[in-house]
Design a protein around this ligand. Structure first.
Ligand SMILES: [Zn+2]
Length: 117
């Protein structure tokens, strides 16, 4: 399955400790089908004193989560939805919201014409 989520998107956790929480995607690991989401799957690490961290102490860091455990939250209808993709007449590819109940018309360009693969 191709990853349609992009950095900056808001996603909602479907399972795990963060279930129901939502956050912004800060990184995507395409090869591993994982994403890093702000405030999700946070681990606390002890950090030794160093030049970078003169205080040492605890550092909170988000660890990647499986992309299948999160769902895209549509910026328009504000619901967690499935994303569809389609091509526009000019050849550009867009993502769109598949929330049919809200007849949401949100869409977002993924690839300009010519860049389609
Ligand atoms: Zn929507």
């Amino acid at each position: 399955m191709a990853i349609r989520i992009k950095v900056g998107d808001t996603v909602k956790a479907l399972s795990g400790d963060d279930r129901g929480e939502s956050g912004r995607v800060t990184a995507i690991y395409h090869g591993k089908n994982m994403v890093v989401v702000e405030g999700m799957n946070v681990v606390k690490k002890s950090v030794r004193r160093s030049q970078k961290n003169p205080q040492g102490g605890k550092l909170e860091k988000e660890m990647p989560v499986q992309i299948s455990t999160v769902q895209f939250v549509c910026p328009d209808c504000r619901q967690s939805v499935r994303l569809g993709t389609r091509f526009l007449p000019d050849g550009s590819k867009v993502r769109h919201c598949r929330n049919t109940e809200a007849s949401c018309s949100w869409e977002d360009e993924i690839a300009p014409p010519n860049a389609a693969t």
